[in-house]
Design a protein around this ligand. Structure first.
Ligand code: GLU
Length: 304
């Protein structure tokens, strides 16, 4: 058995026995009933080798991990003009903070906090009906993961539409500052649906390969833009827990409130973990710990 597979098996066993698993996100009612006892980890190496452990073929709600894919699509389509509408600084505040957006006059700090991701989705809607934009998004995910089975969970999207008051407040604040080209309900309809995509850890690790910038892998974006997305994942991918994740793990990563995290060991491996319980910053508690252990075991770090 490879060292990688042995590490994944050991980590999955440790996580199965972990007493403190964090709290499942319950502000989206449809996510509140997910069993917190689940854990999965998957790694896709640059040479195509896949290793998994735990519930790696169970689909979960990718939520904000989706923001990596929509940012890649938007940079591919619009290029650097996107940066006139959204910044590139860590926020230091909660993922759905309204305070900062008002203070900074409708320009979100970065594309991974909710306000920034809503702007990115709004940009992708330009010239497209929401249904077309979501079709393009699903095509991107399926191409990246090489898997046609990836779909959007309508019940999760509906659940968030009915309860997403903070996101509506953010979208209206963006509109008040003329940083939204479409009606808030259209931009949010697309945003809630992108977040409601379901993927397994195996699919997510595969979909992350384009972020490795390694030869022979699907090229969905220029290497220069891939580097920039990785830089933003490192500085902003875990909201106000981004510094701690960089310190403990040393790899670019992006989390979602469904409990998933994607992390990139540049040129080497795309890693996906899932454990639904979250820490106070809204990032998977055991997922973070598992990637920390894996990075240490494999000596993977963005810092040499
Ligand atoms: N759909 C979620 C929201 O907007 C995504 C948040 C997250 O995954 O961090 O609240």
């Amino acid at each position: 058995m490879s060292q990688l597979q042995a590490s994944l098996d050991r980590i999955a066993a440790e996580m199965a026995a972990a007493p403190r698993r964090g709290r499942v996100a319950d502000y989206i009612p449809e996510l509140a009933c997910v069993d917190p006892g689940q854990f999965a980890i998957a790694v896709c190496l640059a040479d195509g080798t896949e290793c998994v452990a735990g519930d790696a073929d169970t689909a979960f709600s990718i939520q904000s991990v989706s923001k990596v894919f929509t940012l890649a699509m938007a940079l591919g389509r619009l290029g650097d003009q996107l940066w006139a509408r959204v910044g590139r600084e860590p926020s230091g505040l909660a993922f759905n903070s309204i305070l900062q957006l008002e203070h900074e006059r409708g320009i979100p700090r970065n594309p991974f906090i909710n306000a920034g991701a809503i702007v990115v989705t709004d940009a992708l809607l330009s010239g497209h009906a929401p249904r077309e934009m979501l079709g393009d998004y699903l095509r991107f995910l399926r191409l990246a993961a090489d898997d046609e089975a990836i779909h959007i969970n309508e019940a999760v999207a509906r659940s968030e539409t009915e309860t997403g008051h903070r996101n509506f407040a953010l979208a209206h604040e963006l509109a008040a500052h003329r940083n939204l080209d479409h009606p808030p309900e259209h931009a949010l309809g697309a945003y809630f649906h992108q977040c409601a995509a379901e993927m397994t850890c195996r699919q997510l690790a595969r979909a992350g390969r384009f972020l490795l910038n390694a030869p022979g892998l699907p090229r969905l974006l220029s290497p220069a833009r891939v580097r920039r997305i990785n830089a933003l994942m490192m500085t902003c991918g875990h909201y106000d827990g981004s510094g701690d994740f960089a310190f403990r793990v040393g790899l670019p990563g992006k989390s979602g409130v469904g409990g998933g995290i994607i992390a990139i060991a540049p040129a080497r491996a795309a890693i996906a973990v899932w454990s639904p319980g979250l820490n106070p910053q809204g990032n998977s508690q055991l997922g973070t710990l598992a990637i920390e252990k894996l990075a240490r075991a494999m000596r993977w770090s963005a810092f040499g």
